[in-house]
Design a protein around this ligand. Sequence first.
Ligand SMILES: Cc1ncc(COP(=O)(O)O)c(C=O)c1O
Length: 443
Amino acid sequence: MSTQTLFQAAEREARFRARTQGSLERYQRAVRSLAGGVSTSLRRGARPYPLYFSHGRGCAAIDVDDNSYIDYGLAWGPLILGHCHPAVVEAASKALAAGATYGAQHDLEFEVAEMIQRMVPCAELVCFANSGTEIVQVALRLARGVTGRPRHLKFEGHYHGWDDSVLVSYRSSIPQLEAATPGPVPTGLGQRPQSNAVVARWNHRESVEAAFARYGGEIAAIICEPLLCNSGCIAPEPGFLEFLRETATRHGALLIFDEVITGFRLAPGGAQQHYGVTPDLATFAKAVGGGLPLSVLAGRREFMDWIADGRVVHAGTLNGNPVALGAAKAALSVLAENDGAVYGDMWRRGEALREGIAAALRGAGLTVQTAGGGPVFQVSFQPSPAREYRDTLAADKAIYSDFAMALLDEGVMVLPDGRWYVSAVHTDADVERTLAAVRAAAG
Ligand SMILES: Cc1ncc(COP(=O)(O)O)c(C=O)c1O
């Protein structure tokens, strides 16, 4: 039996189209005024077409045709407290009613900064911006300023936003990667051909050593996703983050953890708390704003002082926006309550879900791997677990797309790339319903 038949994806897609006509009509209207009909390139490829939503509640997202989905995309990560968490809605509304923005100081700035100081190990000082892409640029600029060096070392398959400097060696083929190692492979999507990136392989110490041997005196920072969420949720092998910590220090470079996904998600103090390795700088976005646009750079005082005294410029009209910070204060308060008790539930439910999905799919005769765990994990159809980005190229994306289509038809919404986010408001009953949907999808 072919996999296509197994998920009944074609039949399901036809059925699904029939009951999402409101989305299709809106999409057809949108493409006439909005480039591509969507607001970020990644959404363009949605199957069968981008859906339109009228509202969300808890872990449910409801589309304009009144179809309700258990949401494991969570807006690509930010909704760690689900849709419309009452504390977040109240705090953001209160802040908005008081004044949308001042272009000047207000109490929420230091209140949220103090909360982050308490929660995040490396956060001796923090500063704010609006998106993950921006804040990564602040971190890299700071590292260049502090060290006087021009380059940064990144890893294959790691995503750090869409700026030319970091959108390299991402979603590239193996021949492309090998032709360029340890230089960067540009994706070519409108980017300038050169980048100051030097590229190494995740969980591959020799490639890091080789990069430093060749460019050592020029590398200002090592930047990585401490859990490689954007390419398969690949964990660092034991000792690998410690190795990066030691290597950066030995070569006079800064260690930057890009915690845009892992921050406030793996633990109250992010991946650095979860893995017990403290970087010099860390970037946060997504979960920290509880659904509003907010990003944060946190770091050691000796480096952040360069921003504090203006030796390195960090600017932005809407930085420190009170509505986003109101939401952040509420979200972080909920997450920090009772010593972060909510994380225990997220991990337990996320693990039950991950293991249940793997068991159901294997029971249906499919070869599946899962990686990561608890609040963020990956499901991929590939023969063996991935140790680095190159291994993820063995995954069968067409099967995953059929699986995701079948789940949508069953009322479960997942991201197209195989990453699942679990929120603090998914319940045991939601997990059970989801596993029933997975079994139904697998036929
Ligand atoms: C690890 C990581 N860094 C940076 C970014 C860029 O963040 P933003 O989309 O807010 O610009 C992302 C976005 O997904 C991310 O996952």
